[in-house]
Design a protein around this ligand. Sequence first.
Ligand code: HEC
Ligand code: HEC
Length: 344
Amino acid sequence: MKKGIFIVLLFCLLSAGGLMYHAVGEEYGASNFSAEGRKLQPAPEGHIPGKDNGAGTGTHNAGEDCGICHRPDGKASNHIFTISGTLYEDRAARKILKGAEVILQDVNGNVISMTSNEAGNFWTYTPIGSNPRAVANHGGPTIKLYSYDANGNLIPADPADSRTWQYKAWVRNGDRIIRMVTIAPVGGATDPASRMSCNMHHAGLGSRGGLWVSSKNTLPSYPSANLSFRKHILPIFKNKCVPCHIPGSTMTRPATESDIASPSTSVDYSKGLDLTSYAGSTVSDITKKGVRDLASPYQSNPDSSPILSMPVSLAVHPGGQFWTTTDADYKAVRQWIAEGTQNN
Ligand code: HEC
Ligand code: HEC
């Protein structure tokens, strides 16, 4: 690998969102590699799981930002990954998950597959495709990394700039898949050579919660009647529906030209729904519905509440499949709705 292009570790930046039912099963196409175009992309199939596992044992520093040391000027500058991180059983990152798969599909359609080791760690040196029309946005103004010449010909973004490296991500554990709803630009902050691992955002203390996939229920058990919103129901939504259905702005971060064009392909990945609140919220002039709003109309038929029915199926819920109708979490929410959706 050439020096200078190995850049980076990533952060599985939560990006896309939104529903596009007709996109289910749609074949990969670089032309729709935008937040909107990638929303319901199914996980790629047919590759060998773990084919991109990097060399080494790598059992140290689980949950830490690998990029602190694994960077050109860091303590482990002889091992510069393109992607690395730690996988967990649940979003709270209480327990690491061994032997599950992290799958990426980059902007060129290439599939990268890594399996987590006994420390939950995964990493790879496999290059990630660069989007010639990438834009960079790290909380400040959006910067175009491409330009056009006087004749209107594209001058593509520099493929060595890690901010142009884009992928979509899934984590798989047996038949359970959680999609990251991402069009993640790789790379850190404003510096094209800086590095972050997935753990920068997805770890116990990461801003997005652990990178997780398991079918475990939130609480060990629930009472069969008299469920409490505060004690039983809210923990479920906070465990599984954060960081998407939260208060305030949840627009995807622009990653490619079409995300900043007019109309933009950026999307609101909360769909105006704040599942961390009972009655909804208003933060910075953004008003969102709460749990009650999508539950109380369904007291006589809880299973049709979108709050229960959407997360049952990847085909309709781009945020992922979070339960089946026989899971204890599902049944607890169902019972609480049937009991009158009380704020108790
Ligand atoms: C990774 C992000 C993500 C997570 C986690 C997530 N969702 Fe979603 N959810 C979405 C996106 C994206 C949409 C669709 C927005 C659209 O239709 O454009 C959505 C839509 C919904 C809707 C439809 C809202 C409406 O008014 O149409 C419901 C209900 C919903 N989600 C419930 C849940 C529940 C319950 C959980 C947790 C068990 C959950 N979601 C977890 C991303 C997520
Ligand atoms: C505090 C610094 C630090 C952090 C954080 C760190 N590493 Fe390392 N890592 C090192 C050092 C030092 C080496 C040895 C480098 C050498 O061989 O000279 C190393 C080597 C490695 C190796 C190759 C040798 C081996 O042990 O197999 C792998 C793989 C690895 N690290 C994975 C990871 C992963 C994955 C993460 C994040 C979860 C991570 N590291 C976080 C310091 C760190």
